[in-house]
Design a protein around this ligand. Structure first.
Ligand code: RB5
Length: 155
């Protein structure tokens, strides 16, 4: 498995810990940066990871900023991306089982390293359940591609 990881200046330390954690599990990690605490703009890193995921260059992505919000919002602007901010392992697991997320995000100023490891582990271990959840994920794709949703007009 190959994952991309990206972060802004607020998350350098926790990124290193998560990267090492993933590599210890035998996962290849593409680190798009940043690696210094010099102030930077989270959309750049969110976009870089999202691009790799959307293009199929990696199997998924991990994004970290102060809250996880800005960097996941940036990723979600890329077609085909379903990025979710998680502060707990349960949400991380369900985001894969029900929403088929392809990027997991969290906040360096919100969760500690051990919780972050659990979030990533639960997300990696979970499998998309399909079925009725596929129908709903397909609706997300329809909104993304058409800026409309047929089912919303059907009463
Ligand atoms: C940077 O200070 C901070 O705004 C950023 O890391 C993130 O939390 C934005 O959503």
């Amino acid at each position: 498995m190959k994952l991309a990881i990206g972060n802004d200046h607020s998350a350098v330390e926790i990124k290193q810990a998560i990267k090492a954690h993933l590599e210890a599990k035998g996962i290849e990690v593409v680190d798009v940066g940043v690696c210094t605490t010099e102030s930077c703009n989270y959309p750049v890193l969110g976009y870089k990871v999202a691009r790799l995921v959307a293009d199929g260059a990696v199997d998924g992505g991990v994004l970290i900023c102060g809250t996880g919000v800005g960097i996941s919002l940036a990723a979600n602007k890329v077609k085909g991306i379903r990025a979710c901010v998680c502060s707990d392992p349960y949400t991380a697991r369900l985001s894969k089982m029900h929403n088929n997320t392809n990027i997991i995000a969290f906040g360096a100023r919100v969760v500690g390293v051990e919780t972050a490891k659990m979030i990533v582990d639960e997300w990696l271990d979970a499998r998309f359940e399909g079925g009725r959840h596929q129908t709903r994920v397909d609706m997300l794709t329809e909104i993304e591609q058409t800026q409309d949703l047929q089912a919303a007009h059907e009463g």
